[in-house]
Design a protein around this ligand. Sequence first.
Ligand code: GLY
Length: 368
Amino acid sequence: MTSSLRHVDVGGQTPYRIHIGPHLLTEGAALAAQVRGRHVLLVSDSNVAPLYAAGVREALHAARSELQIATFVLPAGEESKTLAHFGGAIEALAGLGATRDACVFALGGGVVGDLAGFAAACWMRGIDCVQLPTTLLSMVDSSVGGKTAVDIPQGKNLVGAFHSPRAVFADTGALRTLPIRELRAGLAEVIKYGAIRDPLFFEWLQAEREALLAGDAAALAQAIARSCEHKAEIVERDPLEKGERALLNLGHTFGHAIEAEQGYGGAGNDNLNHGEAVAVGMVLAARLSADLGMATTEDAERLATLLAGYGLPTAIPAGLAPDALLARMRLDKKNLAGRLRLVLWRGVGHAEIVPDVDEAAVLGVLVG
Ligand code: GLY
């Protein structure tokens, strides 16, 4: 393995290692060492597969020529995260004759990781899955922690399972081909870690903005490693989101409502992507916290200023009705007994789950 490699270990009942560094997608020996049997299903999408799938397959074969590798490629985009494509991945495993020691490799962003992870969770009641995230957002969030799912028309991620990966390989070289808008979206989730539990990291993100936005490899590796350390600590203690894991959802209830209300749309449209919607959501959560007397207005504005400095949106897109957004928020999976349960904020580094938030106050920030 390369010397610039970092790693973060996730403990708990099913421990695994997150490898971070350049050239990991072609480290055949390290990738092949994760495969307990002979069958590999490489799941990717139509954007990522042409860039990296052949390299991963060749690296695996060079390390272990006996591996039987099939590839399943989804059309790129959130609209592929369906039960129908999940069925396609399952059929690919059946076609391969995959046995219990087979391994799914998820090569791509969050859609690929979630769907491939869910297929691995279900095939023969659970086989290994190695996450190979190629977007910043999936490197710092969705590839770690074992949440897998697909969407149904009634909502995002409503059908899924907790299924920890066997390993995660975050190849920082893949970020070089990532569009700047996707890089910024990932940085929104990175900023989230500073906001919820790490004031020093928040300050570091203020200082390193130019380097990170310019794609500086060392700064990005540091941001990924720190984010993964935070996520690892949380999911190790609370793998099934019975408590503190919900803090990772700062801004997400607002963000999901915005995403759902605008429709997930096709690639290249003007809708906010997930990271952008979370950025707006964090600003709204911070302002709501200030309105409720939990945080200061200055802190809320500090967060909005940092996000805006990264070129992220901080206001609800025009045309989305506040009452429609509130109706969407009522459907959030975190809610219990019909009460709005939100992650709110006590200033930089301190988030808190509030079980019964006053709807009029929420509507107040949605109206603006
Ligand atoms: N993305 C939030 C979590 O993994 O819990």
